[in-house]
Design a protein around this ligand. Structure first.
Ligand code: IPE
Ligand code: IPE
Ligand code: MG
Length: 245
C-alpha cells in the first residue's frame, strides 16, 4: 500500500503550513551556487501544491521569504526576487488550470514593483477559483504581523471604534494577515532545523509540528504524504485528557 493510500481522507488537515528550508545546504552539498538551490526549490513547490489539490486540502501556506531574509547578501536577495517573478509567471497557467487561488501574507509593499504587479495579476486571475488556497508568505514575520495588528487596534481604540473589553481572540484574529484563514493544523519544516523562525507564531498555538531532515529541493509528494500520515497518527488533545476525546 502506498503512503497516499494509507491516508484517511476524513482526517486530513484543512491547513498545512511549510517552512521550506535547506536550499543553500543542498547547493553546498552539490558544490553549486546557492541560487541553484533556490531554483531547485521550485519543483517541490509544484509537488506540494499539486498533492494538496489532489487530496482536497483547503489551505497551503508556504514560507517563501521572511522579514529577516532581507538581511542576506544583496546578490542572493536579488536572485530570490528574480526567481519569484519568473516562477509566478511560469506557474500562472498551471495554477489557473488547477483551480488554485493565490493569496499572500506579509509586507508585500517591500517587494519590488515588478513582482508586486505579477503577484497582483495572479491573485486577480485566480480570485474565482474554488480549489486549493495557496498562501505565499512574502516578506513575512510574525512579530511584524502582530505589531501591525496591535497598532491598528490602538488607532481604532483612540478613534473610539473599539473598546479593550470588546477585544476577543476572534476579533484580534481579524487584524492579522491570516484573517479568514483557519489556523494551520500541521506545520512542516524541512532541512533538519527545529525552530519556527518567526513564522505564524500566533496561529500555530495548537499545530502539530513535523520536522524532517530532507532538504527542501529534495522534498517530494511521498515526503508530504509521510508528514500527513504522521499527523493522522498523533493524538491532538487541546489541553484535555485522552479519555475525554
Ligand atoms: C530556504 O533555504 C529559502 C529561503 C530562506 C529563502 P535557505 O536559503 O535558508 O537554505 P539554508 O538554510 O541556507 O540551507
Ligand atoms: C526561514 O528560513 C525562512 C524561510 C524558509 C523563508 P531561514 O533559513 O531564513 O531561517 P533561519 O535563519 O535558519 O532561522
Ligand atoms: Mg535556511
Amino acid at each position: 500500500m502506498s503512503l497516499k493510500e494509507k491516508l484517511n481522507p476524513d482526517k486530513l488537515p484543512k491547513h498545512v503550513a511549510i517552512i521550506m528550508d535547506g536550499n543553500g545546504r543542498w547547493a553546498r552539498k552539490k558544490g553549486v551556487a546557492r541560487v541553484l538551490g533556490h531554483r531547485s526549490g521550485v519543483t517541490p513547490v509544484r509537488e506540494v501544491v499539486e498533492a494538496s489539490g489532489e487530496l482536497g486540502i483547503q489551505y497551503l501556506t508556504l514560507y517563501a521569504f521572511s522579514t529577516e531574509n532581507w538581511g542576506r547578501p544583496v546578490e542572493e536577495v536579488k536572485a530570490l526576487m528574480g526567481l519569484l517573478v519568473a516562477t509566478v509567471k511560469n506557474e500562472t497557467a498551471r495554477l489557473v488550470k488547477n483551480n488554485v487561488r493565490l493569496h499572500t501574507i506579509g509586507d508585500v509593499g517591500m517587494l519590488p514593483e515588478s513582482i508586486r504587479k505579477e503577484i497582483d495579476h495572479l491573485i486577480e486571475k485566480t480570485k474565482n477559483n474554488t480549489g486549493l488556497n495557496l498562501v505565499l508568505a512574502l516578506s513575512y514575520s510574525s512579530r511584524w504581523e502582530i505589531l501591525k495588528a496591535v497598532r491598528a487596534i490602538m488607532d481604532e481604540a483612540s478613534a473610539g471604534k473599539i473598546k479593550s473589553e470588546d477585544l476577543t481572540q476572534e476579533i484580534f484574529g481579524n487584524y492579522l494577515e491570516t484573517k479568514n484563514i483557519p489556523d494551520p493544523e500541521l506545520l512542516i519544516r524541512t532541512s533538519g532545523e527545529q525552530r519556527i523562525s518567526n513564522f505564524l507564531l500566533y496561529q500555530i498555538a495548537y499545530a502539530e509540528l513535523y520536522f524532517t531532515p530532507k532538504l527542501w529541493p529534495d522534498f517530494r509528494k511521498e515526503d508530504y504524504y509521510a508528514a500527513l500520515l504522521e499527523f493522522q497518527n498523533r493524538e491532538r488533545r487541546f489541553g484535555k485528557t485522552s479519555e475525554q476525546l
